[in-house]
Design a protein around this ligand. Structure first.
Ligand code: SF4
Length: 380
């Protein structure tokens, strides 16, 4: 059997919002709460990680990687495929025995967040705690387990300096959340990078962009490979329903970033059935902002597809909506926006066109109940 190559299992590590170490966000392997950055080395070279690497090398799926296996069987891009595409392909001569081989970490300092998006959960947003009971009572198949955890990992600038000195091969840090820009540990990381001049590391920060973040524009000027990715999933009322915040606020903040650091600002549009038909207006808005501030956006990422809750998936739409989506995606492709990768539009189109309408009828009731709950919430 051919081996299954996975970059994340070989050269990456992830720290979840609850402080668990794991090879990646899709893996079910969760190991010990991180108290010190030094714990990363033990996990990276520990028996569980070795077992995952060996199982994949034999062409088999480890139990902890079934999320990737299932997505790939359905023809949906898995974390493994996505990561293999965007990262270096193969390890070469250096040893996996030290943390110096580590190339990438994904880190979420906690689930602390200032938003409660409809497709989020208490694992990733502390603000979601208030919805847990009501949503579970809707009986739409959502269960959240323990929700009282909002562990915050406090890493000082000195902690980061020692770690970065040891992890000499580190090439990339993806910072996620919660919302990283409200975390002191994140600022400490940026300070350590500046102090050590580790400008070889690419730092990508996923932000909802809602905070008063003027100070982060300053770091973009100091750190050449620092990039911000704004999560914006629609305009006007669509945005406000999905994210529960004023659209005018994100528009104002986003304009500021675009004006100061355009070549290092990307946008992540997470597709769901609430916003997919608004994509054309959304890209029109991005394009008009570029004209307004006179700067070019680096990239619009269209690869994020909601699959939890499953009834919010962009594949859960009616036959008429599938046709509308298909025509809309074609119109967008014809406009040749410089910030859109055409293959991502085609992938989205294929996914929607080839999806089964059974999913729509199966999830219709749950979707209606869920939306009616959030309509009430957003009105209050
Ligand atoms: S196969 Fe998937 S779940 Fe397993 S380590 Fe790789 S990316 Fe993570």
């Amino acid at each position: 059997m051919n081996s299954i190559y996975c970059y994340d299992s070989e050269l990456a590590l992830s720290i979840s919002p609850k402080g668990f170490l794991t090879p990646c966000c899709a893996s079910s392997l969760r190991k010990e709460v991180v108290n010190e950055l030094a714990d990363l080395s033990d996990f990276y070279n520990g028996s569980e990680m070795k077992n995952i690497r060996e199982t994949l090398a034999r062409g088999e799926w480890p139990n902890s990687c079934l999320a990737c296996k299932s997505r790939e069987r359905k023809g949906v891009l898995s974390r493994r495929q996505k990561s293999n595409k965007t990262n270096l392909k193969k390890i070469d001569s250096y040893s996996l025995e030290t943390i110096a081989s580590l190339e990438k970490i994904d880190i979420a300092f906690s689930n602390k967040c200032n938003m409660d998006c409809v497709f989020c959960s208490p694992e990733f947003s502390s603000m979601w705690k208030k919805h847990v009971k009501s949503v579970q009572d809707l009986d739409v198949g959502l269960r959240f387990g323990k929700t009282d955890s909002s562990t915050s990992m406090d890493f000082s600038k000195e902690d980061w300096i020692s770690f970065l000195v040891e992890a000499s091969g580190l090439k990339k840090i993806d910072v996620k959340g919660g919302e990283p820009t409200i975390e002191e540990s994140f600022i400490n990381l940026l300070e350590a990078v500046v102090e050590l001049s580790r400008f070889d590391i690419h730092i990508n920060v996923n932000t909802n962009g809602i905070g008063k973040n003027d100070k982060f524009i300053k770091y973009v000027k100091l750190i050449p490979n620092l990039n911000y990715c704004f999560s914006i999933d629609g305009i006007g009322k669509t945005y406000e329903f999905i994210r529960g915040q004023k659209f005018s606020l994100i528009e104002e903040n986003f304009k500021k970033y675009l004006a100061h650091c355009s070549e290092r600002v990307t946008v992540n549009f997470t597709s769901c059935n609430l916003n997919i038909l608004g994509l054309e207006d959304f890209v029109g808005w991005l394009s008009s902002l570029e004209l307004f501030v006179g700067k070019r956006l680096a990239y619009l990422d269209l690869r994020q597809i909601v699959d939890h809750p499953d009834f919010l998936s962009p594949l859960v739409i009616s036959e008429g909506e599938v046709l509308q989506a298909k025509n809309m995606l074609l119109r967008i492709a014809k406009k040749n926006y410089h910030f859109i990768k055409k293959n991502e539009l085609y992938d989205l189109n294929n996914l929607i066109v080839n999806s089964s309408r059974d999913e729509y009828y199966k999830h219709k009731d749950s979707l209606e109940k869920y939306l009616s709950y959030f309509k009430q919430v957003r009105m209050t």
